[in-house]
Design a protein around this ligand. Structure first.
Ligand code: URA
Length: 411
């Protein structure tokens, strides 16, 4: 009985492949209710899963749908982030990597918890299609070497269903669930080389370094089972990534980076690092050689051209990207140096604005968001505008002291 399976996990016992298969496939078939699956997910979150259970769940997710095969197109590289605030890395690095000659098929997700999702961001470009079919994906990679689309409806459909439920039941931050979710999609999606961008900190799904390391180990083990090369990179997510948090505002920031207008900050360094790692994997060259290619792709405008090709091929119109005209401001409560910016508080504000979801079927507002005017380490004066908040509905904007940690300057 389903209740017995839930109870077994509540007691912290290991579930067999058969038990996991029964309850997860039951949910996919509509025989297990949302509330039962929510209870199981919560028990998993609290009591964890063994490696064996995680491998089993990954297989169940993979087997719930089709497995794509792009072998004819050569080596496919993919990257996946465990989710962060202001994380527009995919929008920047996928075009860079493709401009440097590696084929990229990136199947991305929607926002999860307080973290944004690439698909939501891309849908802020009017007309941009994120529902390409297998044939369209195949043709587009062959033609321009890059696709960013949503998980096709037949790819790990069980993950899609569970992901949406986790988002609204506070069950996102379980290492085995994150590992099965990400790795099942990457494996079913046909990637040969997988780079995992693992975020740790207040604004991430994974809050501490030990859990991040556990996740990396688990993902590498799953990769081995399916003969995929997996590399991992752990990075800080206590502060937001870059200046923008939201959907259209993040696309605009990604464009600035691709055009070489934004340089020398943590986000840009991370993008260059991850892009060169992917190119190094895809081309079998050193990271230094790959980094030189990345630099050139920005300098010469190749990466931005690739982004424009991608938007055009997927039907988007960049001229129609909208940011709300209604602005509110977060003003500095004192003078000093910015010591920290609370990514989680900004994530919560973005969801409250409507940039993310608080229930499964909620529509998001692509035009709202936040644009920071200062990053950590910069000096501000009392009364300076620290952030512009693009709103559409009446909403109380938090005071700067709840988001910005400003320390007196010591002369
Ligand atoms: N990204 C995913 O695809 N799945 C998760 O569970 C977390 C981040």
């Amino acid at each position: 009985m389903i209740v017995d399976i839930i109870n077994k996990k509540r007691l912290g016992e290991e579930l067999s492949y058969k038990e996991l298969d029964t309850i997860f496939n039951g949910y996919l078939n509509g025989e297990v209710a949302d509330y039962q699956m929510s209870a199981l997910l919560m028990a998993i979150c609290i009591n964890g899963m063994s490696d064996e259970e995680t491998f089993a769940l990954t297989k169940i997710f993979i087997d719930s749908g089709e497995i794509l095969d792009f072998d004819e197109l050569g080596v496919l590289v993919d990257k996946h982030s465990t989710g962060g605030i202001g994380d527009k890395v995919t929008l920047v690095i996928a075009p860079i990597v493709a401009a440097c000659g590696c084929s990229v098929v990136k199947m991305s997700g929607r926002g999860l918890g307080y973290t944004g999702g690439t698909i939501d961001k891309l849908e802020s470009i009017e007309g941009f299609r994120t529902d390409l079919t297998d044939e369209e994906i195949y043709e587009q990679v062959k033609k321009i070497g890059i696709v960013i689309t949503g998980q096709t409806k037949d790819l790990a459909p069980m993950d899609k269903l569970i992901y949406a439920l986790r988002d609204v039941t506070a069950t996102v931050s379980s290492i085995p669930l994150i590992a099965s979710s990400i790795m099942s999609k990457k494996i079913a999606g046909g990637a040969d080389k997988i780079l995992l961008d693992v975020k740790v900190g207040k604004g991430a799904l994974i809050s501490n370094k030990e859990d991040a390391e556990k996740f990396c180990e688990l993902a590498i083990k799953i990769g081995k089972i399916y003969h995929r090369e997996v590399r991992t990179k752990i990075s800080d997510m206590n502060i937001p990534l870059g200046y923008a948090i939201g959907n259209s505002v993040e696309v605009l920031e990604a464009i600035d980076i691709l055009q070489g207008k934004e340089r020398d900050n943590y986000l840009v360094d991370l993008c260059y690092d991850l892009a060169s790692e992917m190119i190094s994997m895809g081309k079998g060259i050193s990271k230094e050689e790959a980094l030189a290619l990345v630099d050139k792709s920005i300098e010469k405008g190749y990466a931005y051209q690739k982004f424009l090709e991608l938007v055009k091929m997927q039907g988007g119109d960049l001229d129609k990207i909208k940011v709300s005209k209604k602005e509110k401001y977060i003003v500095s409560h004192k003078s000093g140096i910015i010591n920290g910016i609370d990514a989680l508080e900004l994530g919560k504000l973005a969801v409250a604005l409507g940039a993310g979801r608080s229930s499964k079927d909620e529509k998001i507002d692509h035009t709202v968001g936040i644009r920071l005017h200062y990053l950590v380490g910069e000096e501000v004066q009392k009364g300076a505008t620290l952030a512009t908040v693009y709103v559409n509905e009446r909403l109380k904007i938090p005071k700067s002291r709840h988001i910005f940690d400003i320390q007196k300057k010591i002369n």
